[in-house]
Design a protein around this ligand. Structure first.
Ligand SMILES: C[S@@+](CC[C@H](N)C(=O)[O-])C[C@H]1O[C@@H](n2cnc3c(N)ncnc32)[C@H](O)[C@@H]1O
Length: 333
């Protein structure tokens, strides 16, 4: 099963570009600079996005990458649970709806979307973009703080996604926020975060908490045992996406692509799972004699070398990439 394209859906990219065309370039450039500064200082987006120009600077410079990471994580969930066909989806901390657009891309079954954010501005623009781009018929916008008790109604939602949102929650609020998102989920909960050591460590705390509550791990981990990676190593993945013209102009970027590093966790209440025997958790290193892989397997982390002379094994492995699951029996990898 191939992963979905990491590029923004064409109608969404066009809708963003039309809005950007109506704004002064120097102003957008300055807003994009401030946004990057805030992102590096880890200031919450809610404080950074003050008007529609800020939101459009986000749409041009960050949303393509967050969409790419989220759609890849959702693609990984689909690989593990091909029969899962969510109808009702919650995009928690939606921003401009990157996760909602990603879910609609991966599952045509998505018929109803709830967008939730603290920012009225983001909610308003996200709803406009979704309607304009022919996204599923029923869109509900909820202005709320998902870390607050009672922010979420008691509905059971097939698919809950929090994309680059938990990273903005204070450490002390994280457990309760995660419990609330899990309580909303009748199918799967997917959390996508920046691919940093800090966010990986937080995600592993979240993982421990969810496993203790009976969540099945759907991806990326091939097991539910404690994460075997030890500091300073951390589990993250990468997705390459083409840089759009607006991004290049606003950020003076010359390279025509960017590599977004992300960490993710997909858990669920879904049954009938057959987890892979391993997952590749680093870029494969190919050499003259064979290929080296960094694997999470057998409840442990290990490096493995598959020599070219071992033709049968090598043929099975050579096209695999960072993030791919391996379903070969353990002795073959
Ligand atoms: C970095 S943005 C990510 C937006 C979008 N999910 C994406 O991937 O492009 C984080 C979003 O989460 C929202 N957010 C952060 N904490 C929140 C909370 N406690 N309740 C609701 N929304 C929150 C922010 O307002 C912002 O829109």
């Amino acid at each position: 099963m191939s992963l979905p394209s990491p590029e923004l859906p064409v109608p969404l990219a066009a809708a963003i570009e039309t809005r950007l065309a109506g704004r002064a370039h120097v102003v957008l450039r300055e807003r994009a600079r401030l946004l990057s500064e805030s992102y590096r200082a880890r200031r919450p987006t809610f404080e950074t996005i003050r008007d529609e120009t800020d939101a459009l600077a986000y749409a041009a410079t960050r949303m393509p990458a967050t969409f790419a990471a989220i759609v890849t994580a959702l693609g990984r969930l689909k690989e593990e649970s091909p029969d899962f066909a969510p109808k009702l989806m919650l995009d928690a901390g939606c921003g401009l709806g990157a996760a909602a657009f990603a879910a609609a891309t991966v599952w045509p079954s998505v018929a109803q979307i709830a967008l939730l954010d603290r920012s009225a501005l983001f909610l308003c623009l996200a709803t406009e973009l979704m309607k304009e781009c022919g996204a599923p018929a029923v869109i509900e916008a909820i202005q709320a703080d998902f870390a607050e008790p009672n922010a979420l109604a008691a509905a059971q939602i097939d698919l809950v996604v929090a994309g680059y949102a938990l990273t903005e929650i204070a450490e002390s609020e994280l457990p309760a926020a995660v419990d609330r998102l899990w309580a909303q989920t009748s199918g799967a909960l997917v959390i996508v975060e920046p691919g940093t050591p800090r966010d990986h460590a937080r995600l592993m705390e979240v993982r421990r908490r969810l496993v203790a509550q009976g969540a099945n791990i759907l991806a990326p981990c091939p097991h539910a045992a404690p994460c075997p990676l030890a500091t300073p190593d951390w589990c993250h993945f990468s997705v390459r996406l083409p840089r759009r013209r607006a991004h290049k102009r606003l950020k003076d970027a010359e390279v025509p692509f960017e590599d977004e590093k992300f960490a993710y966790l997909a858990v669920g209440r879904l049954g009938g799972l057959s987890p892979p025997s391993a997952r590749i958790i680093g870029p494969p290193r190919a050499g003259k004699a064979g290929v080296s892989l960094k694997l999470c397997a057998d409840k442990a982390f290990r490096e493995t070398f598959i020599p070219k002379r071992d033709k049968a094994r090598y043929e099975k492995i050579r096209r695999k990439d960072w993030g791919d699951p391996l379903r070969a029996p353990a002795e073959e990898i």
